[in-house]
Ligand binder design. Structure first.
Ligand code: SAM
Length: 382
């Protein structure tokens, strides 16, 4: 009998050990404006993956052939507890983080996620301001959970939705999940006040690009912001090919042909999306029609002002979505490291950061292609 190959995606981790822990000195602590990395990018945004599991099997993220029933998901003991997450998040906030996004995997699968949200919503920036606390979800459990999430202190949600046509959507999620339930989730989130809601559509040429215009038609004027994401070469399992990427410029051209658009300024520094409003019959911005966005992670890198750090489900700190290695914060937390030293270590890691994979992607020689070692998005958090 021939042996069938099995795929095991083992997240790679920082091999250096805790003995590199710096002694906190006053210059570790953030000056006005927080810490900056070696390219002068501030630390502002923390994405926390709360589970590496998902109930969808989108082929661009967690393809069924790899993430089958024997896939070695993280055991429960490896997951950061809510208290550990909150403690780590507090250090990040002291260092300048203003926005926290919970992600995964599917974050609403994590049991009692509302408890974590309540803990995080109590955090305050050094200036005493509440955080921008948000969550990215596939929307499958949102109809049931929206109200409880809002009550716990969540401010808003981003919902991933790759098409409106039921058969296209079921094919994209690859678990036969009906689009109607995600639309119900969106409505529940809107009614619960979890806005402004963003709706993210990953566009794969030849798979769901015919859904671009129906999506714009549906969300225009709804109060929700629709954003188109270029299909990315993240992870090592999705079989990414450049010819399946539909560049954002083409997305905008297709929309412009139907609805003239007006470019808008970025809402915040380091924002990933380029924003567009709809023009009225005079060519001026129509304030009632809302806006759309494009996230051109492949064709127009936005590394130069990337201010995002990512904390994996088991407490590895990653400095880039395309990183190979994380920095182990969980062992610091579990070995009794005091807050000041934990904060100093995070500052040290951020100050040493020089990652800018997307900007370099096109310039790297093929021999340097290390995609096979990249961590999966479901593990690091999208
Ligand atoms: N389960 C949640 C969800 O569906 O939104 C959160 C995690 S998911 C990894 C976060 C986002 O990453 C989703 O919008 C998903 O579509 C996007 N994503 C995953 N793989 C991607 C890829 N290869 N290219 C572009 N976006 C991707």
């Amino acid at each position: 009998m021939s042996e069938r190959p099995t795929f095991r995606i083992v997240p790679l981790q920082e091999q250096r050990h805790v003995d590199t822990l710096p002694t906190p000195t006053p210059d570790w602590y953030p000056q006005q404006g927080g810490v900056h990395d070696s390219l002068q990018r501030p630390l502002r945004d923390l994405r926390i993956s709360v589970t590496d599991r998902c109930n969808f099997r989108c082929s661009y993220c967690m393809p069924k052939e790899v993430f089958g029933k024997d896939y070695p998901y993280l055991p429960h003991a490896s997951l950061l507890t809510f208290e550990e997450i909150t403690r780590i998040a507090r250090q990040f906030v002291s260092l300048g983080v203003q926005k926290i996004r919970l992600t995964g995997g599917e974050p609403l699968l994590r049991k009692n996620i509302e408890v974590l949200i309540a803990q995080l919503s109590a955090l305050r920036t050094p200036e005493g301001k509440p955080l921008d606390l948000t969550l990215t979800t596939n929307g499958s459990l949102l109809a049931r959970k929206a109200r409880a999430l809002k009550t716990a202190g969540l401010q808003r949600v981003t919902v991933s939705l790759d098409g409106l046509d039921d058969s296209v959507f079921r094919k994209m999620n690859d678990v036969d999940f009906p689009v109607a339930q995600v639309l119900e989730g969106l409505q529940a989130a809107q009614e619960a006040g979890l806005g402004p809601i963003k709706v993210n559509m990953v566009v794969k040429r030849g798979t769901n690009d015919q859904e671009i215009l129906p999506m714009v038609r549906h969300f225009k004027g709804s109060g929700m912001v629709l954003r188109f994401i270029e299909y990315m070469d993240v992870g090592a399992t999705n079989g990414w090919r450049m010819d399946e990427v539909l560049p954002s410029a083409d997305v905008i051209a297709r929309i412009q042909a139907e609805w003239p658009l007006v470019p808008l300024d970025a809402a915040a520094p380091g924002e990933t999306a380029q924003r567009w409003g709809f023009a009225d019959s005079q060519g001026r911005l129509d304030p009632d029609a809302g806006e759309i966005g494009v996230i051109s992670s492949v064709t127009q890198a936005f590394c130069s002002d990337c201010n995002r750090a990512r904390l994996s489900t088991e407490g590895q700190l990653y400095l880039c979505l395309f990183a190979h290695q994380g920095h182990d914060l969980r062992s610091l937390v579990r070995h009794g490291t005091p807050d000041a030293a934990l904060q100093a270590r995070i500052a040290q890691i951020w100050q040493g950061r020089s990652d800018r994979y997307s900007a370099l992607r096109g310039t790297l020689p093929p021999s340097s292609d290390s995609s096979a070692r990249r961590v999966e998005m479901s593990y690091i958090g999208g």
